[in-house]
Design a binder for this molecule. Sequence first.
Ligand SMILES: Nc1nc2c(ncn2[C@@H]2O[C@H](COP(=O)(O)OP(=O)(O)OP(=O)(O)O)[C@@H](O)[C@H]2O)c(=O)[nH]1
Ligand SMILES: [Mg+2]
Ligand SMILES: [Zn+2]
Length: 342
Amino acid sequence: MPRKKPSKGLNHRQKERIDLIRQRRSDRVISRQRAEWDLLADTTLEGPEEGLVIAHFGLNVEVEDLKGGRCRCAVRETAGIEPVCGDRVIWQRANADQGVVTAVKDRHTILQRPGAYRRLKTIAANIDQIFITTTSQHPNTGLLDRYLVAAEAANIAATILINKMDLAEDPEALMAQMAPYRAMDYPVLPLSATTGEGIAELEEKLAGRVSIFVGQSGVGKSSLVRRWVPEESAPAIAPVKASNGKGRHTTTVARLYHLPAGGSLIDSPGIREFGLHGISREQVGGYFRDISPFLQGCRFSNCSHSHEPGCMVLSAIDNGKIDSVRLQSLRRIQSSLPASSH
Ligand SMILES: Nc1nc2c(ncn2[C@@H]2O[C@H](COP(=O)(O)OP(=O)(O)OP(=O)(O)O)[C@@H](O)[C@H]2O)c(=O)[nH]1
Ligand SMILES: [Mg+2]
Ligand SMILES: [Zn+2]
C-alpha cells in the first residue's frame, strides 16, 4: 500500500506546529550561513556599488552589477529586509565571485504571499505587471481570482495568460469562461509556448517593462520564458513525458531574465495554493473589480449576498452584470480569511 503523505489528515494546529518546527530549522540554517558570511565580511571589501538582485536562495542572492557581471552575495543583517528578485541593492565585492549586500533600495511595488508559519513571503519587488499563467486544460479560476486580489492589493497591473491552446478541446467555451475577466479590463491572452500562438502579442506587452510569470506548476511559465532567453541560460522545463498536467515543481527559485527588446521577466516557481494573508474577510470584496461597485448598496449593511432581500450583488447577478461563478469564488476566499478584528 502506498504510504500516506505525512501532511494529509492533520488538523490545523498540527500543521501549524509542523510549520513552526520547519521555520525554526530554516532559521538555524540561516543563522549558520550568516555567521560564515560575517567572517567573509571581515575581509577587506571593495567600495559600495549598485546592483540588481536576479535570484535569491535563502540568505544568499545573486546580484548583477551595472556592467552585467554576476556575483553571489550574502546579506548583511543591517540591510534590514531580505532582498528578493527585482530589488535594487547596494553591495560590496569581497572577491571575484562573492560579495555582501549592505542595503536594499526603496521598492515601488512588492508581490507577497503567505509563507510558513503565517509569515509573509515576498516573491519579487519592483515589478510593473503580473502575468497570471493558466492553461486551456485547467483554467483554475479559483487560483486566478486569488492572484487577481493579490495584484489589486499590491496595485500591480495583471494580465491573464491561457497557455497550451494547442491542447484546447473547445476554445470558444474557454474564451466564454474568460469573458467576465475581459469585461473587467483584465487582458486575456490565449497562447501556446509550443506553436507560438499569441507570442508576438505577449512580446509587445513585455517590452521595456519588469514582469513576472506566476501560476501553478506545469502551466508552462518557463517554456514561455525560453522563447526570449538564450539556450545556455534558459530555465529548465519539465520533460514532456514526465508532465502529467499537474507539474513537478521544476523551477525552484524565482529568477530574473533580461529581454532582447528591453525590459525583464521573472520566472517564478509554481505553487499549489495562494493564500491571502493580510487581507480581511471584509476587505477582499473590494478587490473584486466586478463585485466591489455593488457592495455598498445592499439594504442590510452586514449582507452576506446569499439570500437577503434588497441585495445589490444578487440583483447584479440577475441582471447579468456579475458572473455567479465570481461570487462563489469570493465566498470561498472569504471563508478562508479571518474576520477583521475591529
Ligand atoms: N502542449 C503544450 N505543452 C506545453 C506548452 N507549454 C509548456 N508545455 C509543457 O508543459 C510542461 C511544463 O512546462 P514548464 O515550462 O516546465 O512549466 P512551469 O510552469 O515552468 O512549471 P514549474 O517550473 O514547475 O512551476 C513541459 O512538459 C512543457 O513542454 C504548450 O503551450 N503546449
Ligand atoms: Mg518553471
Ligand atoms: Zn448583498
